[in-house]
Write a protein that binds this ligand. Structure first.
Ligand SMILES: [Zn+2]
Length: 943
């Protein structure tokens, strides 16, 4: 491998920079083949630095044309060149350094640094792309003010953008022109950006709450001008929300968003000049689904919120990545909850967390929210840093209360404005605002792994008292054998005989109907007193108050009661998920007994972590916030000390004996829900089975094809007899294709698509014809995609015809064509491997476009179980071959897509050996990137 076992970077070795950069002037002479970059930086040695401390300038793959210190080229020992870049020795305490480099944007397929996308030039600098543009102290704790001059051919690049405010522009001889941009706010190099291109601009004015006028501008290719309205409106909504909910106001005269076709991530929050994957900007009802609309709004908001949580207050080093990402994901989740999706947002977020982050936390790539070592920082843009990081912030708010949390945030932004800080700084400010000791809570940042919490209770009718015993335990993760207890908030309520919450007291607190138990030790007991009747059911972990696996020992009847009556949408959904999960496990084990209902068995408990969303969006496995990398699951053996969980094995065919009593109970509960007036969006979530990838987590060694078959069998057993009810519901939903983007309208369309998919899967009479009709008559992409997804695993004439029509119709629309690629790659109808080959030969396929590559390889691995997990290992080998090819062009995307291959330890013996072979063969290749090599080495470690 290229960088054989590079030395890891350790948090414990962090040292503050020896040099400050007082000002930076950049001058770009832009050209796709050879761009000349002149950098002029004024540096000053810090008071704390040793008098002989050298200046480190990072640089990678740069052609150096000139280097001068105070007008003189350093010679001899004054200049040392190494793998990281340059070291300048013997500098005076202050100096002016001029560096000229040449870079080659058109040849840059890694899409880090300055590169060409379509006919345009753009940059991606986070985390370490700036060193591919010029030599610089490329670390987040070196902040300075930037002045940037861009010069280019005026016809080819009429638009020249950089961070901050434009202070000058004009024409030059020879058909060239220039623009000068100044950013008044000091920033680290990872937030630098420039764009040069022939782009259309859609804009609107925004007046901040203090009366400042800001121009909001969205730049896209000319033919996409009519697809920007939603992005602009979302931006304005996010800006207003940040003022109202978090007291944060925008600070420049202009806020620009540029849509880029070739982009490794979802979007990038460069100061005042966000660069976006086009997928998270462009939308029209004819091209984008409801989910696309929601994701765009959420990613736009996320990047905007970074202006404070990330840009004004930034990270000291990359170990602190969650300082900005966890907090900003939390902020975007709040925005989507309050403005768009309401209750169902929490369910969607928990689904993602359980389906992607929990497996990560239990696998070979597990790491704390604040890691303490890395080899390749690109591989740490993970679900743990982002989603679990957001859960940590949410727990903090639960523990200290909304008011103290808001005061703490205000204090944080005020105290650290313009600085680069740490997660410890963040928690310290919160502790100060709340007047609480949060040192135990900080373990959430330092310790990897998903805690398991066991809850047991006993009711004393005479005393009107419920005793609750809690126990917590976190299994070992790579490099961390012994785990400490965490500070866990468990929100709970008690349901009485009429389904309503009972009131009672926790300790000396006033009477209430909901309580937060603070578990801080390995074992702890609580008492709820003043209860006037025996609880029929306990509503645990309301709103998913902590990212834990809960074993509450509830039997099926209690879960069904919660699914029917609980007023907490999350807990209600979670109870139904757990019932369905138990039914699938029973089928896989072929053990049709009722031991699944024994509350003493870990196997039965509330560990229902579920899976992918209901639409094509999930096919990429990419997060809604989009910044995050494509991520697939990977796990390793669960802790043997923990009883049933992770101890099963799937040696049966997967369609073995059912737990008929359990399936009947679920069916009756579903039948009641279908008759009741449950909100459509809530009903849609209740009708979903736990995702395949989430179900795999229940087994120590899973046969993915058998688990898939068992899941299908449960779906048929539960819903088959309800076909008439489903049809009635479907009929009642006619007319939801009305173009409204309200929560109610979107929820109804989600329900309609779910029912259609169920009916096709059940082979209900007329279902395929109904799906074809829905496709033909659809006015929205939501219903069109719903029909195609419903048909996608049905080997029918209608599927063939409609997919061909869809491809034909959208051939020139990259984002919609990605959906077609995803459907074809993810379909389990026969011939999957050959179809995959053909997709890569399609005239629209480009290895250089990350969206397209993800659209094909992602769904194949995530949904095409039959072919990816083919017992002869052909699916694994084929993917490994593609990854090698992709790695030569784009290491970052290759490493992200390699993650499904890291879960080999958790498969049945035959597949486990085949997947490991594929990984080992890949590992033996010459010239693998550091990104891909790092993922593979960690996956194979200690094996
Ligand atoms: Zn972010």
């Amino acid at each position: 491998m290229k960088d054989a076992a590079p030395r890891p970077i350790l948090l414990s070795e962090y040292r503050a920079p020896d040099w400050r950069v007082e000002a930076l002037e950049l001058d770009f002479d832009l050209d796709p083949d050879a761009t000349r970059v002149q950098s002029r930086l004024r540096v000053r040695r810090t008071a704390e630095a040793a008098p002989d401390a050298p200046l480190r300038l990072h640089g990678r793959d740069l052609e150096r044309l000139r280097l001068e210190v105070n007008g003189v080229a350093p010679a001899g020992e004054a200049l040392v060149e190494d793998a990281e870049g340059l070291l300048l020795h013997g500098l005076p305490d202050a100096a002016e350094i001029v560096i000229e480099t040449r870079v080659h944007p058109a040849a840059n397929t890694a899409l880090e640094g300055l590169y060409a996308s379509g006919g345009n030039l753009c940059t991606q600098c986070e985390p370490e792309g700036f060193r591919r543009i010029t030599y610089f102290p490329d670390r987040p704790d070196v902040l300075t003010r930037y002045t940037v001059r861009l010069e280019a051919d005026a016809a080819r690049y009429p638009v020249l953008l950089a961070n901050g405010n434009r202070v000058a522009a004009g024409a030059l001889a020879g058909g060239r022109h220039y623009a000068v941009w100044e950013d008044p706010f000091p920033k680290p190099s990872y937030l630098f950006a420039l764009v040069a291109g022939d782009l259309a601009c859609r804009s609107q004015r925004f007046v901040t709450r203090s009366g400042r006028e800001v121009a909001l501008e969205v730049y896209v290719e000319h033919h996409n001008q009519d697809r920007c309205d939603h992005a602009l409106a979302s931006l304005a909504r996010a800006m207003r929300y940040d003022e109202e909910a978090f007291g944060r106001e925008y600070d420049l005269d202009v806020y620009m968003i540029v849509a880029v076709d070739d982009f490794n991530m979802g979007a990038m929050e460069n100061k005042g000049l966000n660069l976006f994957n086009a997928k998270y900007v462009l939308a029209s009802p004819d091209s984008a689904t409801d989910d696309d609309y929601v994701h765009i709004e959420s990613v736009i908001a996320h990047e905007y919120f970074h202006n404070w949580s990330g840009n004004r207050v930034t990270c000291r080093d990359w170990f602190q990545l969650s300082l900005k990402e966890g907090l900003t994901v939390f902020r975007d989740q709040e925005f989507t909850t309050d403005c768009t999706l309401f209750g169902v947002k929490r369910i969607d977020d928990v689904q993602r967390l359980r389906a992607f982050q929990f497996p990560e936390d239990a696998g070979p790539l597990a790491h704390p929210v604040r890691p303490d070592r890395y080899t390749e920082i690109n591989n740490f843009y993970t679900l743990t840093v982002y989603e679990k990081g957001a859960e940590v912030i949410r727990m903090l708010r639960t523990l200290i209360g909304r008011e103290a949390f808001r005061q703490g945030l205000d204090l944080y932004f005020e105290r650290f404005d313009g600085q680069a800080v740490t997660t410890d700084d963040f928690v310290a400010v919160m502790a100060e605002a709340a007047g609480r000791d949060l040192s135990l809570f900080q373990r959430w940042y330092r310790q990897a792994g998903t805690p398991r919490v066991r809850a047991r209770s006993a009711f004393d009718a005479a005393a009107g008292e419920l005793r609750i015993d809690l126990h917590q335990h976190t299994p070992p993760t790579p490099g961390e054998a012994d785990k400490q207890p965490l500070h866990i908030p468990l929100r709970m309520a008690l349901l009485g005989g009429d389904g309503a919450a009972l009131s009672g007291r926790l300790g000396a607190a006033p009477e209430a109907r909901e309580w937060v138990l603070e578990l801080t030790g390995a074992e702890q007991s609580f008492r709820l007193t003043g209860l006037r009747e025996a609880p029929v059911a306990i509503s645990w972990l309301r709103g998913f108050s902590a990212p834990v696996l809960l074993d509450a020992g509830q039997d099926a009847t209690e879960l069904a009661y919660i699914a029917t009556f609980d007023d907490d949408a999350f807990t209600r959904w979670d109870a139904m998920q757990e019932l369905l999960r138990r039914a699938v496990i029973a089928r896989v084990q072929g053990a049709g007994d009722t031991s699944q209902d024994d509350p003493g068995q870990r196997a039965d408990t509330g560990q229902s972590h579920t899976g992918q969303s209901h639409t094509g969006q999930s096919h990429t496995g990419q997060s809604h916030t989009g910044e995050r990398h494509t991520d697939e699951g990977h796990t390793e053996p669960a802790d043997p000390a923990q009883g049933g969980y992770g101890q099963r094995s799937t040696d049966t065919t997967g369609t073995g004996q059912a737990d008929t009593a359990l399936e009947t109970l679920i069916r009756e509960a579903m039948a009641a829900l279908l008759q009741n007036t449950v909100e459509p969006v809530v009903l849609a979530t209740l009708l979903e089975l736990p995702a395949h990838r989430e179900l795999l987590e229940a087994f120590e060694h899973a046969d993915p094809v058998a688990v898939y078959a068992a899941r299908q069998a449960v779906e048929r057993a539960v819903f088959g007899p309800l076909a008439d009810s489903l049809l009635q519901q479907q009929a009642a939903l006619a007319g939801v294709d009305d173009g409204a983007f309200t929560a109610t309208a979107m929820g109804s369309r989600r329900l309609l698509n779910r029912i259609l998919a169920l009916r096709v899967a059940l082979e209900a009479p007329g279902a395929v014809v109904d799906a074809a009709r829905q496709y033909q008559q659809a006015r929205s992409q939501t219903l069109r995609m719903g029909a195609l997804e419903a048909l996608n695993d049905a080997d029918t004439r209608q599927r063939t015809e409609l997919l061909a029509e869809f491809e034909q119709h959208n051939r020139n629309d990259a984002l919609v064509l990605d959906k077609w690629f995803g459907l074809e790659a993810g379909s389990q109808i026969p011939g999957g491997l050959e179809r995959l080959e053909r997709l890569l030969e399609h005239p629209g396929f480009r290895w250089s476009n990350p969206n397209r590559v993800r659209a094909v390889l992602g769904p194949f691995m995530a949904h095409n179980h039959r072919h990816f997990h083919q017992a002869d290992g052909a699916g694994y080998q084929q993917i490994a071959g593609y990854l090698e090819r992709l790695d030569a062009l784009n290491p970052q995307t290759a490493a992200a897509l390699a993650r499904p291959l890291t879960r080999w330890r958790r498969l049945d013996p035959v597949r486990s050996a085949r997947m490991r072979e594929a990984l080992e063969r890949l590992a033996a290749r010459d010239g693998l990137s550091r990104d891909l090599a790092d993922v593979i080495q960690r996956a194979l470690a200690d094996s």
